[in-house]
Design a protein around this ligand. Structure first.
Ligand SMILES: *[C@@H]1O[C@H](CO)[C@@H](O)[C@H](O)[C@H]1NC(C)=O
Ligand SMILES: *[C@@H]1O[C@H](CO)[C@@H](O)[C@H](O)[C@H]1NC(C)=O
Ligand SMILES: *[C@@H]1O[C@H](CO)[C@@H](O)[C@H](O)[C@H]1NC(C)=O
Ligand SMILES: *[C@@H]1O[C@H](CO)[C@@H](O)[C@H](O)[C@H]1NC(C)=O
Ligand SMILES: *[C@@H]1O[C@H](CO)[C@@H](O)[C@H](O)[C@H]1NC(C)=O
Ligand SMILES: *[C@@H]1O[C@H](CO)[C@@H](O)[C@H](O)[C@H]1NC(C)=O
Ligand SMILES: *[C@@H]1O[C@H](CO)[C@@H](O)[C@H](O)[C@H]1NC(C)=O
Ligand SMILES: *[C@@H]1O[C@H](CO)[C@@H](O)[C@H](O)[C@H]1NC(C)=O
Ligand SMILES: *[C@@H]1O[C@H](CO)[C@@H](O)[C@H](O)[C@H]1NC(C)=O
Ligand SMILES: *[C@@H]1O[C@H](CO)[C@@H](O)[C@H](O)[C@H]1NC(C)=O
Ligand SMILES: *[C@@H]1O[C@H](CO)[C@@H](O)[C@H](O)[C@H]1NC(C)=O
Ligand SMILES: *[C@@H]1O[C@H](CO)[C@@H](O)[C@H](O)[C@H]1NC(C)=O
Length: 504
């Protein structure tokens, strides 16, 4: 299936499937998501549940955004129906089934009165400032299917009693506070788990974490970013089960200081159902050939600190992944070499980010023929040579080749083919007649090169598109055309360090 949706949106799809929002990091900065109560018609919420909620409120010492302002009890008023309160969801019998109270920055404690909400299946309390130990009564709420406790200020150890919550589909404990964990065996009791987010919790003392995860046959989303995984030498005890029985689709392992010895155990967690793999922020010096046999769609390999030949890296991805990969982000690593002709085999590629590497060869012209490529960022490398066939690309929307050593771009035909919105070729050694560009361009930066010729081509650009134009530090000549003053949305204009004349 080919789709243009970004990985963020793919997450949303997953989250809808499992009824919740695991990936709090994405929603950073967005407002708290409240679901309106869905109390139907004549029913009103029952007194016992309303009292439980009011008791919960009374344990909150500080509610900085007034998130609970609708939670009031006034005799005889509609406000009495707790199903109408913000963040509360009821079923059609007016029983409370969901509390959506993430990102409220509450300070205080979690009241055990929640035990009186006997139909509650979703409890979302992430991104608050609850402190102290994780309340043990939570492990008695065995009807829960969704539990978010991440991004709080809890201390102590994560209670193994959470293993009593055998109905859980999704559990998020990411960045839960300074909690410790020494044993994960309780997790294998959560056999219905589909989403597990433990980012930011040290698993450095859990010698068998892989054994435990391999028992969770329904797991499709797993986030173990920043879990100090490199501290566990052999995180398993027996020979691996057939990983084709696993279903992990989304696997996050970034920022774990891992070296390539991790590939001995990674093989047990991935399968051809793995679409999304994040290995960023480690110390990996390549990828094993078995990653090619998966069918990856999104692959993140940013900020790995070891030198790697990019051509060999692509070779190791050959297999199913070659035809399925849509998104490759390997910026900020230490890749050397060229962008080779083999890039053409990656025929589904839509987003390719390789900025901030040490690429010092040339850019294969095959890249311009990739039929779905929309975003290409090769900035801040030492790429050389010729990009004269750039005009063959019909679909690129954003192109950033700035800060390289590129020398040639053809002016004939130029870049008029593109529907490209943003072109940045600044700070190269490009020499020649300034290329013409598509009329829909929004952002054009050709500064710090050696382009010559006049700039009358700018009059072909739509009045209502161009926002940034930087042609400074070139060898441009002639009059500044009056049409520039009709560009309605131009915010940045720099024509300095040229031989242009006319009025500004
Ligand atoms: C549950 O509600 C009853 C009254 O209906 C109350 O006596 C009891 O204290 C409540 N339990 C908790 C844990 O708040
Ligand atoms: C929890 O935070 C409050 C301030 O909101 C503080 O007064 C209290 O001492 C903290 N409790 C613990 C156990 O850290
Ligand atoms: C909770 O932890 C966060 C991050 O460590 C911190 O910024 C915040 O001040 C803490 N809140 C309280 C109430 O201690
Ligand atoms: C919860 O789990 C603990 C052991 O982890 C067990 O001793 C206890 O009986 C369980 N409680 C319930 C209510 O099932
Ligand atoms: C790779 O990491 C493992 C521990 O995770 C360590 O034992 C090993 O020495 C490391 N290898 C290299 C070459 O640094
Ligand atoms: C995935 O692997 C299974 C079992 O190894 C195999 O039957 C299936 O054809 C593979 N699917 C794809 C898309 O390669
Ligand atoms: C390619 O795969 C082989 C075998 O798995 C490995 O030895 C080599 O280091 C890999 N190279 C790169 C650049 O990933
Ligand atoms: C990679 O490093 C850059 C610069 O230090 C940083 O801005 C970026 O967030 C890092 N990416 C990841 C995935 O850690
Ligand atoms: C790309 O395709 C060519 C020709 O089919 C093949 O020789 C080469 O090994 C492939 N490279 C990769 C990285 O898949
Ligand atoms: C690129 O850099 C590598 C490593 O520094 C070097 O061995 C290689 O000769 C360079 N290639 C080119 C084409 O400059
Ligand atoms: C002008 O561009 C050249 C590269 O073509 C660069 O070396 C030089 O530093 C730039 N001058 C200024 C003042 O930015
Ligand atoms: C600007 O340059 C183009 C192409 O070189 C040329 O056809 C045109 O006559 C020039 N316009 C002016 C006003 O010099």
């Amino acid at each position: 299936m080919r789709s243009n949706i970004s990985p963020k949106y793919m997450h949303l799809v997953f989250l809808l499937l499992s009824f919740l929002l695991v990936w709090l990091k994405i929603t950073n900065g967005t407002p708290i998501r409240y679901l309106d109560g869905e109390g139907a018609g004549d029913y009103k919420c029952i007194d016992k549940e309303r009292d439980a909620l009011l008791h919960f409120k009374s344990y909150i010492h500080h509610d900085p955004y007034d998130s609970l302002s609708t939670w009031t009890s006034k005799e005889g008023e509609a406000a009495n129906d707790c199903c109408e309160w913000d963040g509360v969801k009821c079923n059609d019998r007016s029983r409370v089934i969901g509390l959506y109270l993430s990102r409220a920055n509450f300070e205080g404690n979690i009241s055990p009165s929640l035990l009186n909400l006997s139909y509650l299946t979703s409890l979302e309390l992430a991104s608050n400032s609850f402190n102290g130990t994780i309340p043990s009564f939570i492990s008695s709420m065995t009807q829960l299917e969704t539990l978010y406790l991440g991004w709080n200020n809890f201390t102590g150890s994560i209670p193994s009693e959470l293993g009593n919550l055998t109905n859980l589909h999704t559990l998020s404990l990411s960045y839960i506070g300074s909690c410790t964990i020494e044993n994960l065996d309780w997790l294998s009791r959560l056999s219905r788990l589909e989403g597990l987010d433990m980012a930011g919790i040290s698993l450095g003392k859990v010698d068998n974490w892989i054994d435990v995860l391999l028992t969770l046959k329904r797991l499709s989303f797993l986030d173990l970013s920043s879990c100090e995984l490199s501290q566990v030498m052999h995180p398993y005890s027996y020979s691996f089960v057939d990983s084709s029985s696993l279903a992990i689709g989304y696997l996050h392992l970034k920022d774990n200081n891992l070296n390539s010895s991790m590939y001995h155990w990674l093989i047990s967690l991935v399968s051809n159902k793995t679409e999304y793999l994040d290995l960023s922020g480690n110390k990996l010096d390549g990828v094993p050939k078995y990653l090619g046999n998966l069918c990856l769609v999104y692959f993140y390999f940013q900020n790995n600190s070891m030198p790697i030949d990019f051509t060999n890296f692509l070779d190791n991805l050959s297999g199913c992944t070659t035809s399925t990969l849509q998104w490759l982000d390997a910026s900020g690593s230490q890749f050397t070499g060229s962008l080779p002709d083999d890039i053409q085999n990656f025929s589904s590629l839509s987003n390719l980010y390789l900025s901030g590497n040490k690429l010092n060869g040339t850019i294969s012209e095959k890249v311009w023929e990739l039929p779905y490529l929309k975003f290409l960022d090769l900035s801040s490398n030492s790429l050389k040579g010729d990009i004269s066939n750039i005009g063959k690309s019909k679909y690129i929307m954003t192109l950033d080749l700035s800060n390289n050593l590129l020398e040639e771009v053809s002016s004939k035909g130029g870049m008029t083919n593109f529907i490209c919105m943003k072109i940045d070729l600044s700070s190269n050694k490009l020499y020649g007649l300034i290329p013409t560009v598509a009329s829909s361009i929004k952002w054009l930066d050709l500064s710090n090169n050696k382009f010559y010729g006049n700039i009358s081509f700018l009059c072909q650009i739509d009045d209502a598109s161009l926002e940034l134009l930087d042609l400074s530090n070139n060898s441009l000549i002639g009059e500044i055309p009056d049409c520039l003053w009709h560009l309605k949305y131009l915010r940045v204009l720099n024509l300095g360090q040229n031989n242009l004349s006319g009025r500004l």
